[in-house]
Design a protein around this ligand. Structure first.
Ligand SMILES: [Zn+2]
Length: 534
């Protein structure tokens, strides 16, 4: 019996192997021999597949991994982990500068239905101390009693925007919840200076917030669609919504089929095109539960909760507990497109998708790729690409067949001429040759022909194939009877080049070590054959 730990390890290895196999297949299709650093890193970091194993498997296939890219990803991740640690520190895990603020001081969020508002600058802090004012160039945290800035929560990123006072202007790069209901605006003073006690105008970056809301509202529709298509066992297991994409993790055991993905995509887009109204309400938790609102598994809720409803009556698409910010109508999402579906852990799948502008960018990018492909193929009409690809593949197959036939003919001619001037060792004919552009399979075939042609001969032929070289040794029936042994001869000749190999008495293959030592090794063949044929 395997321990649970061993089983988990085996499952990790199996999953990693499968992912790597897919990557290798794709590389072979693309004619690549180096796996990009990001994929190597993802295999090791996300999937726990040892990097040494990745290297080994790639090597077996004559491939390598982008070591530099891998190192870069690794360094970047360490930096992120360090920052995340710093963030949790200021988010209240340890004593932080925000603990110096009165614990009864709260920030009221006023940004559900407006993107700007006035408030007073109550506190300004650096990373570790409260300060009274800040000037251009300073990086500070600003805490106010009210704000329209959403602080990162429930997978929705914190807002960015500006805070302006009569004497200065700040650019807010992030908003986080810190200890005891306080919001900290991470900001850079860009002009003038700001001071505690000043009145300030808070403006959320509208473009970014709308992009985030498109992704967040759409994540609700996605969960509803997944439950319809895959079943009621689907629950949110985590999410991240920012201005560029939505990432939704959910409970489900199998990879989604192409058909399921299409169905989910179509259903979400149907909800969007139906232009369903989005309602956000606060209500007692019991009432929300009665409505059948989806809650987050394992999440603790207060007495009153916010409930987000999309559509109404029979047309209700989704009801969820959610404290995030949302659009007022699903049509504002624009369009929805899944980018990828993958596994994050056992029983947890991840969908990455785009909406609105993100879909537009995707469509433009794909259209450009199609256009480029059409131009490379010299097609006036991009829609002919598929047809042209089929004919080209057929042409490649025909050409390969033709090439193989020609090569076979050349091999045949070369083997014929080999016996023009044989050397004799104790009554056995010995021939040697080195051929360029000869693959191992051609070499083997040549050996078979030589063996059949001359019963009294030993033939040793080296074939160079790009950077590599191989050796075939064959001994005719009579030569074997006189003591010749192809396997042993191959081993000895190959050893002279630092290579190795062996085989049967009548036929053997060996790998050449240093291909610049082939001539030298072939010169010794007569001597070596002499050791066996007495
Ligand atoms: Zn939500």
């Amino acid at each position: 019996m395997l321990t649970t730990e061993e089983q988990n390890f085996n499952a990790t290895i199996d999953r990693g192997m499968k992912i790597l196999d897919d990557l290798i297949a794709q590389m072979q299709k693309d004619g690549k021999t180096e796996l990009d650093g990001e994929s190597c890193f993802k295999l090791s970091d996300t999937y726990g597949f040892p990097i040494d194993l990745t290297r080994e498997i790639l090597e077996e296939k004559g491939m390598t991994c982008d070591e530099e890219g891998f190192a870069e990803c690794y360094a970047k991740q360490r930096e992120t982990a360090k920052n995340a640690h710093a963030a949790t520190k200021y988010m209240g895990a340890d004593e932080t500068v925000f603990h110096k603020i009165d614990k009864d001081f709260h920030t009221e969020f006023i940004g559900y239905d407006k993107l700007e508002g006035d408030s007073e600058i109550s506190f300004i802090t650096t990373d570790d101390e409260l300060i009274e004012n800040a000037k251009a160039g300073d990086e500070v945290y600003i805490v106010s009693s009210q704000t329209p800035f959403y602080a990162e929560s429930g997978g929705q990123v914190g807002d960015i925007g500006t805070i302006v006072t009569e004497s200065g202007k700040c650019r807010v790069v992030d908003t986080q919840k810190v200890v005891a209901g306080k919001f900290a605006h991470k900001a850079v003073v860009e002009e003038g200076e700001i001071a505690v006690g000043q009145k300030a105008h808070f403006t959320v970056d509208r473009k970014t917030r709308y992009a985030v809301m498109r992704n967040h509202s759409c994540a609700h529709l996605l969960q509803a669609a997944l439950r319809k298509v895959l079943g009621e066992h689907v629950h949110q297991a985590g999410q991240l919504v920012d201005a560029h994409r939505l990432r939704f993790d959910f409970s489900h055991f199998n990879a989604m089929t192409a058909e399921e993905k299409l169905k989910v995509e179509a259903l979400v887009n149907k909800y969007i095109l139906e232009a369903l109204d989005i309602k956000m309400e606060e209500m007692p938790i019991a009432e929300a539960q009665k409505l059948g609102a989806m809650a987050l598994f394992g999440e603790k809720y207060g007495e009153t909760v916010r409930v987000v409803t999309m559509g109404d009556g029979d047309e209700t698409a989704s009801i969820e507990f959610c404290g995030g910010t949302h659009l007022d109508n699903t049509s504002r999402i624009g369009l929805f497109k899944i980018i990828s579906e993958s596994s994050v852990a056992s029983g947890v799948r991840r969908i990455e998708a785009v909406t609105g502008r993100g879909v537009l960018e995707l469509v433009e990018e794909r259209a450009a790729t199609i256009q480029q492909a059409a131009e490379s193929l010299k097609l006036a009409n991009p829609l002919d690409i598929v047809k042209r690809c089929h004919t080209m593949m057929q042409e490649v197959k025909d050409l390969e067949k033709e090439r193989d036939a020609l090569q076979a003919e050349i091999t045949n001619l070369k083997t014929k001429s080999l016996f023009d001037n044989p050397y004799e060792v104790n009554g056995v004919k010995v021939v040697t040759a080195m051929l360029t552009n000869t693959r191992p399979d051609m070499l083997r075939k040549m050996g078979d022909e030589l063996k059949a042609r001359e019963a009294d001969a030993v033939a040793v032929v080296a074939g160079v194939d790009g950077e590599k070289a191989n050796l075939v040794v064959v001994c005719g029936k009579n030569a074997v009877a006189k003591g010749a042994h192809a396997g042993k001869i191959a081993g000895k000749v190959a050893a002279l080049t630092g290579g190795k190999g062996g085989g049967r008495p009548d036929s053997a293959m060996a790998g050449i070590g240093d291909r610049f030592k082939i001539d030298e090794a072939l010169d010794k063949v007569n001597e070596i054959v002499g050791e066996f044929v007495k």
